[in-house]
Write a protein that binds this ligand. Structure first.
Ligand code: AGP
Length: 367
């Protein structure tokens, strides 16, 4: 059906701004806000009985899965194996008969993800998928699907599909945590209430567009960018780097902040902007010491943090982007927005074809 850009300059910009609404629809599909519970869903397995979950996906969908791993392991104590699908399908790993498989794909047509699905089918484990296109091949070949209600995503760079994938993963993790007895009814209610806050907070974060556009003007002048984060913000750092590479063609790398001194610190000089995703969490201080290492070498820091984080650092930054203080479970969803906007405005300043970047296809149906 007909999809247009409305009042936006690009589909990507429109899709970034649609996020409060589509995240809200997606969460409402999996969570009951009145009772504060994860809704019962038909599953081809029992969360309480499986010993592992294998996740496989490509690109941004893989990075969503990586964040999901933190949630499933932390909240539900469910071990997760995760791989990019192009490795998963050839890795010849043993698959436990008591495990389940989860594939994540916006299009539902990605060749490597589909091949991984078929590999698991042969192994005889239950197959589930998070898809945005319900009529897709991956959806058809799964035993159960968890749809993202993102609506059609036209921009090649995935934005709203990613945050909706995260919304589904967080909801499933809450469900799994309850089923496995690792959260009680009260804790479940608290998590559901925290998740229900996401759309409202995401709308507030979109108001930072002007500040982010201003920083992006500077980013558009550089050749390399390093993105750092810890915990769920580590995969998000990789997602930030992927977005920049895809649409602005700036070389960017996402690293776990703790890995800085194991190599990438050698790259730091006054020409290297370092974007640090650091909400004020229990490992915030560790990230601050990484930022000190960057600052001591002349690196220019763009810090994305919250009010508490901003109040507690006296570091000189090139820019500090201050988000509202949010509960831990929703940080990766909320912090996805500024990194998407940074890539978007940088690409606009570079004058690239934002919605259809060179060499890329929306859905990669060949190996
Ligand atoms: C995201 O910005 C990319 N264009 C790409 O990494 C994408 O996420 C990947 O190709 C997977 O696509 P899928 O979700 O349709 O399977």
């Amino acid at each position: 059906f007909l999809v247009d850009k409305g009042n936006f300059h690009h589909f990507m910009q429109k899709e970034i701004h649609e996020q409060p609404e589509v995240i809200s629809h997606t969460l409402a599909n999996y969570l009951d806000f009145t009772t504060g519970t994860a809704k019962p869903i038909e599953l081809p397995f029992d969360f309480a009985k499986i010993d592992r979950l294998s996740i496989s996906a490509c690109g941004t969908a893989y990075l969503a899965g990586l964040i999901g791993k933190y949630w499933f392991e932390r909240l539900a104590r469910l071990p997760v194996d995760i791989d990019v699908a192009s490795e998963f399908r050839y890795r010849e790993m043993p698959i436990s008969p008591d495990s389940a498989a989860l594939f994540i794909s916006q299009s539902g047509e990605t060749a490597d993800t589909l091949a991984s699905l078929r590999y698991c089918r042969k192994a005889g484990v239950p197959i589930t998928a998070i898809v945005n296109v319900r009529e897709s091949t991956i959806a058809r070949e799964s035993d159960a699907i968890f749809p993202t209600l993102a609506g059609p995503e036209i921009g090649v760079a995935s934005t709203k599909a990613f945050t909706c994938q995260l919304a589904v993963l967080a909801s499933l993790a809450v469900r799994a945590a309850r089923a496995r007895g690792h959260v009680d009814a009260k804790q479940e209610q608290a998590l559901v209430r925290q998740l229900s806050e996401t759309p409202r907070i995401a709308s507030q974060v979109l108001k930072l567009a002007e500040q982010i556009e201003k920083v992006s003007r500077q980013l558009a002048k550089v050749k390399n960018v390093l993105y750092l984060g810890r915990d769920t913000n580590y995969p998000l750092a990789m997602e930030g780097a992927l977005k920049l590479k895809e649409i602005s063609y700036i070389h960017a790398e996402g690293y776990a902040a703790g890995e800085l001194k194991h190599g990438p610190i050698a790259l730091i000089d006054e020409k290297m902007p370092v974007i640090v995703i650091a909400p004020h969490d229990r490992i915030f201080e560790k990230t601050v010491s990484n930022m000190q290492e960057v600052a001591a070498r002349g690196g220019k820091i763009i810090l994305i943090t919250d009010q508490k984080g901003a109040a507690q650092t006296s570091l000189q930054t090139m820019e500090t982007i201050v988000l509202p203080d949010v509960p831990e479970i929703i940080t990766p969803i909320v912090y996805a927005l500024p990194i998407q906007m940074l890539a978007y405005y940088t690409a606009v300043f570079m004058g690239t074809d934002v919605d259809q970047p060179r060499n890329l296809a929306k859905s990669v149906t060949v190996e």
